[in-house]
Write a protein that binds this ligand. Structure first.
Ligand SMILES: O=C(CO)[C@H](O)[C@H](O)COP(=O)(O)O
Ligand SMILES: [Fe+2]
Length: 240
């Protein structure tokens, strides 16, 4: 089944690439430059080899943000921290499939329930580039968003992995009506491929915060996504 409802692009700059010494100013600026969501990469030094934002810092971000905080938990025990991040202000709270019982339907169902019970306004599940998407079929009716990682999680500035596009297409082929978000290596060349494959939320860190003209970059990303979304979902675009 194909979903033919119109999709609206969500551009989500990743704060991982902002200037941490001026994070409040960076949030205000990127919102005024057109960000729809603020993507917040939470890393625990265990699930991924990097560490970033704890709940107090996310709460501080929330105190200046007017746009939804899209919190991507790259942590080994997401259930233990769900209520902390909801209380801190996460609007979208996403865990990793691989973190739950090494990737099981039972584990994911536990996380979905725990996140709902914690009061998460939107619940998301994410998969790494080497994790198959098909097992998620059993939980698609329980989540608001699926985040397809197009790089291995842990660091910004990596190269987009083209094979991940087929997972986005597969989700739409199943008739998944929630948000499909892609994250990692998105830029002017790769973002339209994600949109054409069926994604509607686009995370970009280095391509936005590293741009001389952030407003123009966000605008051009949005235009490219709108254009790509006009076509039926198909094809397997190539990346040079
Ligand atoms: O989840 C992430 C890394 O684990 C980031 O959201 C992602 O890497 C964004 O950075 P860039 O756009 O520079 O690839
Ligand atoms: Fe992320």
């Amino acid at each position: 089944m194909q979903d033919s409802s119109p999709r609206t692009p969500i551009i989500a700059p990743s704060l991982l690439s902002c200037d941490f010494t001026r994070i409040g100013d960076e949030i205000r600026a990127i919102e005024s430059e057109g960000a729809d969501w603020l993507h917040v990469d939470v890393m625990d030094g265990h699930f991924v080899p990097n560490m970033t934002f704890g709940p107090p810092l996310v709460q501080a971000m929330k105190s200046v943000a007017t746009r939804p905080l899209d919190v991507h938990l790259m942590v080994s025990n997401p259930i233990a921290y769900a209520s902390n991040y909801v209380d801190a202000g996460a609007q979208v709270l996403t865990y990793h499939w691989e973190a739950m019982g090494s990737g099981t339907v039972r584990g994911a169902k536990l996380a979905n329930k725990a996140f709902r019970d914690a009061g998460a306004p939107m619940v998301g599940v994410s998969i790494n580039p080497n994790t198959p998407v098909e097992p998620l079929e059993a939980i698609l009716d329980e989540v608001d968003l699926v985040l397809i990682m197009s790089v291995f999680p842990g660091f910004g500035g990596q190269r987009f992995m083209e094979h991940t596009l087929s997972k986005t297409r597969w989700l739409r082929e199943q008739g998944f009506r929630g948000i499909v978000e892609m994250d990692g290596g998105l830029n002017a060349e790769t973002l339209p491929l994600c949109a054409a494959a069926g994604a509607d939320a686009f995370v970009a860190g280095s391509a936005i915060f590293g741009a001389a003209d952030r407003r123009g970059t966000i605008e051009s990303f949005r235009r490219a996504a709108v254009e790509a979304m006009k076509e039926p979902i198909s094809g397997s675009g190539t990346v040079r």
